[in-house]
Write a protein that binds this ligand. Sequence first.
Ligand code: 4AD
Ligand code: MG
Length: 481
Amino acid sequence: MKHTKVRDLLNSTTTLQEVNAKGWVRTFRNNQFIALNDGSTINNIQCVVDFENTPEETLKRITTGAAVSVIGTLVESKGAGQKYEIQVSKLEILGDSDAEKFPMQPKKHSLEFLRENAHLRVRTNAFGAIMRVRSVLSYAVHSYFQQKGFVYVNTPIITGADAEGAGEMFQVTSLPLDNLPKNEEGNIDFKKDFFGKHTNLTVSGQLEGETFAMALGQIYTFGPTFRAENSNTSRHLAEFWMIEPEVAFNDLDDNMDLAEDFIQYVIKYALDNCKDDLAFLEGRLLEEEKSKPQAERSEMALLEKLNFVLENNFKRVSYTEAIDILRDSTPNKKKKFQYLITEWGADLQSEHERYLVEKHFKCPVILYDYPANIKAFYMRLNDNTEPGRETVRAMDILFPGIGEIVGGSEREERYDVLVQKMEALGIDKEELYWYLDTRRFGSATHAGFGLGFERLVLFVTGMTNIRDVIPFPRTPGSAEF
Ligand code: 4AD
Ligand code: MG
């Protein structure tokens, strides 16, 4: 007999048929009621065991965490809380789970404890829900771009290029670290390395993505990216997934429209397709917030917050306007910010971003036209900026509770201007000759952005630590599993 997924059993339109379900025991009550979960849904199916006719030996083995197979009749449940249950006629223990030793007890565990048990935390309600929502969101990403005719590009993971020019890269080598070959100058001889050059893990697929956009028109990447920045925060991972669309002939306004439409689409998709999981996560968040002081609790419940983002346009604000708002803000005047805003040109810290989004505008914000010297080399220089106050066609999207969720720009399409910029910043033109070729042969206005997938999953699930929305987080000092 083939087994049926619990989700399909619970959605069944007929009863009284014989069914087979397989899953893991969540709880076993009164020697009679198994709450069985197989991961297909947050909901368990109740399996009613005929304990009088089941050997004591078997009953003892129905413990939290055990894998079981039950055969029985699907009937309407008399008990509260579930529509259907299985009246078990045959029960088989597939894999025992020592109740004394199984770490995922049916009780509340701290998120820290669960992180240390990332291989088992996915058996809890919360992590099952988060990982299903994450999966649905990835599908929505592809669905959005594919429907619009974007081409999915797999940019390389090992590369010689530092796209962001920030130098926060993991190096890739097959050289023996205890016996590095040296060249005549006494430096490490990377010519002897696997690729015959110095390589690293990619921080972004953008530069390669641009070359494809300049041929295929509209492309997107969706893959892992790596940053060796020593940021031990609830928003940073050393390995995270990024979605990077790049579109030929788009300018900054088109780029903002695309980002906003895309984010709204994927959130709507999750709302429509993850109802049970999101309802559970909303309850989880309410529970978590009860332990916080009133002032720190969110004003909106999870679903309300997600709907708010769908129904309201993102507020578009220039960097210059934002600086004026921040300079005059109460936390700046009362010296409550850690980094006080005194002048134009200051880099915005997450405290400033969150003030703008959460306190001032109270909605998602797109900040644009940043000072050139705090942004990456490839961003397009604005035409009419004052000397000393040069700005670039950059945009960051800021979300409540998250801060920066998207970073993007219109690209510098003018060969000469780009070369000048690279020279000024000491970026190797030889190394990036292929990138410059896009500007030498058929250059055109184009724009794109990067969305940090985990930050999106954080927002949609209402979780607060990025380590809890990726299966096996990599952070400074931690690469378990
Ligand atoms: O702002 P970033 O660094 O932009 C780029 O990498 C561009 N090349 C994107 C582009 O224009 N194609 O990163 C983009 C987004 C951020 O807004 C943030 O959401 C996420 O990637 N991100 C991180 N997420 C988790 N952990 C980290 N350490 C992250 N660094 C960036
Ligand atoms: Mg950024």
